[in-house]
Design a protein around this ligand. Structure first.
Ligand code: PHE
Length: 345
């Protein structure tokens, strides 16, 4: 039995191995021949059965030798490629996982969809009108400079083609093409000409929102955004609004959420390092305001009949808070050591 198994398992892939096999199992000094010699010593009554057994071994060895020889010849005489073992388990495929920015974007979209907002999209290569002029950025207004625009084609005042610096242009496109009531959010990538560092990048992602209808008030804005913050950061979160300025909203406000730096065990929001809140206990998460009547009129909406609010936030900023990421560059470097940490998140 043992010899049978050894013959079966003998690897013959080369000429040398074939010759070794022949010497070991077929040749006059081989194992099988040796057993035949022993046959004389076996008691007469067992000899017949033993002889049959040994002949079987001899045939097996012969057959294996012949097959290997044919295969070797077929393969050009030098080497047989080992056969693929189809019964082996497959090497598992790495399926990857969602990018942290996708996770956060999806979560934000989900919250606003439940509040009745739909999703709008627009181009990243944008006309001056949509990125600036319609949004009440006057010619030579310093706010244009503040946006560090990448220009693609210069065609003179109000006519340039550029990479959008915010997703607010999608709001203009929406208001131009549809009649109120409008309730929509606009996720997308935006570009600004800034030196790349841990805290700034030449592109990042925003989600803006717009709600235009009759009698939309600042209270609606606060209610909606407070609701959003509670959904995203938990029911205990507090918010505060600070007066701010954007050319396309009046009044304008920035919204902060409370940081838990005094909580025992550290802050779940800014990681207790006071990095994000700078020790104030508050972290800014978005800009907002009532749509300036000029903007409504620019888009063909009657500003006597309709009012609206708008808001915009950076997805990276929120992802930084949720996952305590300290370097913006991680989001676009595709380092698997970073990305793997979001598997199953
Ligand atoms: N577009 C603004 C920005 O990029 C954000 C914003 C949107 C502010 C809507 C107010 C209202 O900073």
């Amino acid at each position: 039995q043992d010899i049978r198994r050894r013959i079966g398992e003998y690897t013959i892939e080369t000429k040398e191995q074939l010759e070794d096999f022949r010497l070991n199992y077929i040749g006059k000094k081989g194992v099988v021949a040796g057993l035949f010699d022993l046959l004389k010593t076996v008691p007469a009554e067992d000899r017949r059965a033993m002889g049959q057994e040994l002949n079987g071994l001899k045939d097996l060895a012969q057959q294996k030798f012949q097959e290997a020889q044919e295969k070797l010849e077929a393969a050009g005489g030098s080497r047989i490629e080992p056969e693929t073992d189809l019964t082996l388990p497959v090497i598992p495929n790495e399926t990857g996982s969602l990018h942290p920015l996708s996770l956060v974007r999806q979560r934000i979209i989900e919250i606003f969809e439940r509040l009745g907002f739909n999703i709008s999209d627009g181009p990243e290569i944008e006309e001056d009108w949509y990125n600036f002029t319609a949004l009440n950025f006057p010619e030579n207004h310093p706010a244009r400079e503040m946006q560090d625009t990448f220009f693609i084609e210069k065609h003179g005042p109000g006519k340039d083609i550029l990479l959008r610096t915010h997703t607010s242009g999608v709001q203009v496109r929406l208001m131009e093409s549809q009649k109120p009531p409008l309730r929509s959010i606009m996720p997308g990538r935006v570009y600004r000409n800034e030196a790349i560092s841990a805290r700034a990048h030449c592109f990042f992602h925003q989600i803006e929102g717009l709600y235009v209808d009759e009698n939309v008030s600042f209270k609606d804005l606060k209610d909606t955004l407070y609701q959003f913050a509670k959904e995203l950061f938990g029911p205990e979160v507090q918010v505060r609004f600070r007066p701010s300025y954007f050319p396309f909203t009046e009044p304008s406000a920035e919204m902060d959420i409370s940081c838990e730096m005094h909580r025992e065990g550290g802050c779940r929001i800014c990681g207790g390092s006071q990095n994000q809140c700078k020790g104030t206990g508050w972290v800014e998460i978005l800009g907002s305001g009532m749509v300036d009547p000029n903007v409504l009129e620019n888009c063909g909406i009657d500003s006597k009949k309709y009012t609206g609010f708008a808001f915009g936030m950076g997805i990276e900023r929120i992802a930084n808070l949720k996952y305590r990421v300290r370097d913006l560059r991680l989001y676009s470097e595709n380092d698997v050591r970073f990305l793997r940490q979001f598997e199953g998140a």
